[in-house]
Design a binder for this molecule. Structure first.
Ligand SMILES: [Zn+2]
Length: 92
């Protein structure tokens, strides 16, 4: 079972899991990314990284936004949501 969201990398407790369209728990993604059988927001990996930076800094996970961005750029491509990007998309 995944303990971090496979979209935004948030650490999840049992109350943080997302939900499938039938109401069952989705343990891959958090409730913010995957509230109701779909990703709440259709966004690119870079956009997700930018929106997560303040949380990482706030959590004390990283000291600066630059450090957070750097670490997420390494981490996010290993997450399930971003792992199998269609060829040609978001790759550089
Ligand atoms: Zn998430």
């Amino acid at each position: 079972m995944n303990t971090i969201c496979q979209s935004c990398s948030m650490k999840m407790g049992k109350d943080d899991y997302g939900h499938n369209s039938d109401g069952s728990r989705n343990t891959d993604y958090c409730k913010y990314c995957f509230p109701n059988g779909n990703f709440g927001k259709d966004e690119a990996m870079e956009e997700m990284i930018e929106s997560c930076i303040p949380f990482w800094v706030e959590d004390g996970e990283c000291k600066t936004p630059e450090e957070a961005r750097e670490r997420m750029r390494k981490l996010f491509p290993t997450l399930k949501r971003w792992h199998n990007l269609p060829s040609g998309a978001e790759e550089s």
